[in-house]
Design a binder for this molecule. Structure first.
Ligand code: BV8
Ligand code: ZN
Length: 253
C-alpha cells in the first residue's frame, strides 16, 4: 500500500510547478531532537506557559534560559537526518519554485543544505536584546544562565516566537504566498496544532485565485500518525520521515 502511495506522491511532486513544504518537530526527531507533544516530549516536562511565553520569561527568565540552553546543547550534538537531506534534493530540483516553511528552531534544514528556509518561529541560534532589541547569531555556544547584551547590558532572550507573540511578519507573508501559489504542499512531521502555521495547509488547498492555475494544491502528509492536517491531505504517508522521504525522492526519477 505504502509503495503505491509513495509512487503517487513522487508523481505529484515530479509534475508540480511550485512546491511548498511545511515542517514541524517530527522532521528532526530521527536526528535525536525531542518533539513537543509526544510522551516524554518537551511540553510534558516543561509547561508551555512557563518556558515558551513572554509571561513565563518575565516571571522566571532563569528557568527559560535553562530550557533553551538545554535545547541549544542538544541541537549542538545532532546532525541532519535523511528526511532533511531528501528535502534538499527536492529543493535542488525546483530551485526558486521551492519554499521550505519550518516551525522548527533547530537550524537542521540549513545545516543539511536547504537554502530557501522560512523560520516561522525563530531560531535557537539567535538572541534578541530585551533593551536595545539587537538580534545576534550566537551559534550554539553556551550562553550562561542569564546572558546580557554586550551593547546595552540588558537581559537577552532567545529570538524565538513564544505563545501569544506575533510571527515575524515578512516571513509570515512570504509563507502565505508560497502556500497559496504552490501546486503541491508537503507537510512533514507536524501535529498541525499550532496556529497560524497550521493554517497554511488549508490555505494551500484553497489555492491562489490570482494565479493563472486556480487548481487547489495537492497536499501530501508525511507523519508517524494521522493528525489534524490529515483531513486536508490527498496522500498520507505514515511512517518515519527519514525512511519515507528518501523513497519519494528516489521514485521521482
Ligand atoms: C499567536 C517556539 C497572536 C517555542 C512555538 C486556540 C486555538 C488556536 C490557536 C490558539 C488557541 N489558543 C492560542 C492560540 C494561538 C497559539 C496556538 O496555536 N496555540 C496552540 C497550542 C493551540 N499560537 C500562538 O500563540 C502563536 N502566536 O497566535 O499570536 C498574535 C497576533 C498578532 C499580534 C500578537 C499576537 C505563536 C505560536 C508559536 C509558538 N512557538 N515554538 C520553541 O520552539 O521553543 S510553537 C511549537 O509548536 C514549536 O515551534 C513546534 O514546531 C510547534 C508545532 O509543534 P510541531 O512542530 O508540530 O511538534 P509536535 O511535537 O506537536 O508534533 C510532532 C509531529 O511529528 C507529530 O505529529 C508526530 O507524530 C510527528 N513525528 C514524530 N516523529 C516523526 C514524526 N513524523 C515523521 N517522522 C518521524 N520520525
Ligand atoms: Zn542591548
Amino acid at each position: 500500500m505504502t509503495d503505491a502511495l509513495i509512487r503517487r506522491a513522487a508523481l505529484e511532486l515530479a509534475t508540480a510547478r511550485r512546491v511548498a513544504v511545511l515542517t514541524g518537530a517530527g522532521v528532526s526527531a530521527e536526528s535525536g531532537v525531542p518533539t513537543f507533544r509526544a510522551a516524554e516530549g518537551l511540553w510534558e516536562n516543561h509547561p508551555i506557559e512557563q518556558v515558551a511565553s513572554p509571561q513565563g520569561f518575565n516571571r522566571d527568565p532563569q528557568l527559560v534560559w535553562q530550557f533553551y540552553n538545554a535545547r541549544r546543547a542538544t541541537v549542538a550534538k545532532v546532525t541532519p537526518n535523511p528526511a532533511h537531506h531528501a528535502l534538499v534534493q527536492i529543493e535542488k530540483r525546483f530551485g526558486d519554485n521551492f519554499a521550505l516553511i519550518t516551525q522548527n528552531v533547530d537550524g537542521l534544514h540549513q545545516q543539511a543544505g536547504s537554502v530557501n528556509v522560512m523560520e516561522l518561529h525563530g531560531s535557537l541560534y539567535r538572541t534578541r536584546c530585551t533593551g536595545c532589541r539587537r538580534i545576534e547569531d550566537r551559534g550554539l555556544e553556551p550562553l550562561g544562565e542569564m546572558p546580557e547584551c554586550s551593547r546595552c547590558g540588558a537581559l537577552l532572550r532567545p529570538d524565538i516566537v513564544w505563545f501569544g507573540e506575533e510571527l515575524p511578519q515578512t516571513i509570515w507573508q512570504e509563507a502565505i504566498v508560497a502556500a497559496a501559489q504552490c501546486d503541491v504542499m508537503l507537510v512533514v512531521g507536524t501535529s498541525a496544532v499550532v496556529h497560524p502555521a497550521a493554517s497554511l495547509i488549508p490555505m494551500a488547498r484553497r489555492c491562489d485565485i490570482s494565479d493563472e492555475k486556480s487548481t487547489p494544491a495537492t497536499v501530501i502528509e508525511v507523519n508517524l500518525d494521522r493528525t489534524g492536517a490529515s483531513d486536508f491531505a490527498d496522500i498520507g504517508l505514515y511512517g518515519p520521515a527519514g525512511e519515507l522521504l528518501p523513497k519519494v525522492v528516489e521514485a521521482m526519477d
